[in-house]
Design a protein around this ligand. Structure first.
Ligand code: ZN
Length: 408
């Protein structure tokens, strides 16, 4: 027969708890236990220590020991009666981490938070620990209540990314939006706000502490965000998000190609080749492009222009002195777009001119909102796990536990 793994002796399961026997009920095995009493118990009603024994009381609870073992307990507790106020009370279990009205010890409650941080759903946690899903949710809120209320007390990070994402609200409830503030230096979510309405967002941002200390804010090319950020973060320099700028250029170029060659929408291979960065093209893709260019020379000109613009805007970590020639070239290209290009490129030129300063700052700034976008992907997984969140606070709790700086 296989040798059983030695179990920890029951006296170290929990300090101050003694296992006295084993029992069986409809839910399975449980342990009978007693809890060590404090040296001098006092009456919780009047504080007197003149007590006399008044029988026993059995309390059911689950507990997790130091070794991670879980046990269902039936704890035999002493009852006392006070000689001063004549009221009765029973011995407390605070010494083993079970508070008033509670059915689980502190270590087991912390374990629920840890499971949640690892991405386990409420249902799975509930099944494992034999508690209902709503109890899991209630306990998580309770575990993090102080931290959640303190969250806004932390000063703003110095380098911040701001972006919006949609939240799935469950079947038939549709979508709504939320705004993410990410700490780009430490790769974590600082806060999520419900709604993208300017007034609500402004009111929310106004509550943040240390707004004056924020140095850099990275955002996509969204005008409402920019005006709010300029008002509320006076010292912050706005940096455009490289990913969004490049995507805008590629989308504009694609629109131009569709206008120049209406047939192109059926040629997926060419579309893919046109979107690919020049240096990453495969030989077959190059051939495809050469064929297309021979038929439509306008696309070739636009392609070269797009390639140069994307390469120019992808540069980072430049010293200030190195940025001067880049700046001149970008100015020339914007001028070209505004005065010597089709209407589609004029629009792009106007956008770049409007966002000129945030865009040129990209050269000096290595971080991008890619970090925030990465968190959005993680948030989508959180939403999928619960089939959507109707209660924004429950969603926010999950996001801050899994992506934020709540330490469990
Ligand atoms: Zn009393």
């Amino acid at each position: 027969m296989e040798e059983k793994t030695p179990t920890m002796p029951s006296f170290v399961f929990l300090k101050y708890l003694k296992i006295t026997g084993e029992g069986l009920d409809s839910q399975g095995k449980f342990a009978y236990a007693t809890c060590d009493e404090v040296e001098q118990p006092v009456c919780p009603h009047c504080g007197s220590s003149e007590l006399y024994a008044h029988g026993y009381y059995h309390r059911n609870a689950s507990a997790m020991g130091r070794d991670g073992a879980r046990k269902r307990l039936r704890i035999k507790l002493k009852r006392y009666k006070c000689r001063c106020c004549a009221k009765s009370f029973s011995q407390s279990c605070n010494r083993i981490g079970i508070g008033k009205w509670q059915r689980r010890n502190a270590r087991l409650n912390d374990m629920l938070s840890r499971e949640c941080a690892n991405g386990v759903s409420n249902k799975a946690i509930g099944m494992k620990y034999r508690i209902s899903t709503s109890t899991v949710e209630r306990q998580l809120h309770k575990n993090h209540a102080v931290l959640l209320s303190e969250q806004l007390q932390y000063p703003c990070p110095h380098v911040m990314g701001i972006d919006e994402h949609s939240i799935h609200r469950g079947r038939t409830k549709g979508h709504k939006f939320a705004v993410t503030l990410a700490d780009l230096r430490h790769h974590r979510v600082y806060e999520v706000f419900e709604g993208k309405n300017s007034k609500v967002l402004e009111a929310n941002l106004r509550r943040l502490k240390g707004r004056e200390q924020v140095k850099v804010i990275c955002m996509d090319l969204s005008s409402p965000f920019r005006s709010i950020v300029q008002r509320l973060f006076p010292r912050a320099k706005i940096v455009a998000d490289r990913f969004h700028v490049i995507r805008l250029i590629i989308d504009t170029f694609h629109e131009f190609c569709k206008a120049a060659d209406p047939e192109i929408k059926w040629k997926r291979g060419i579309i893919c080749a046109l979107r690919t960065k020049g240096a990453n093209l495969r030989p077959t893709q190059r051939l495809l492009l050469e064929k297309e260019f021979s038929r439509h020379p306008a696309i070739e000109t636009a392609y070269d222009f797009k390639e140069e613009l994307c390469t120019l805007l992808s540069i980072n970590e430049r010293k200030r002195i190195n940025c001067v020639p880049l700046l001149e070239r970008l100015k020339e290209m914007v001028w070209q777009m505004l005065h010597d290009a089709p209407e589609i490129f004029k629009k792009l030129g106007r956008t770049i001119r409007q966002w000129f300063e945030p865009i040129i700052r990209m050269w000096r700034f290595t971080k991008s909102n890619g970090i925030t976008e990465g968190f959005h992907r993680k948030m989508k997984l959180i939403q999928r796990r619960a089939y959507g969140y109707r209660n924004f606070q429950n969603y926010r709790l999950r996001v801050l536990i899994e992506c934020g700086h709540i330490v469990i």
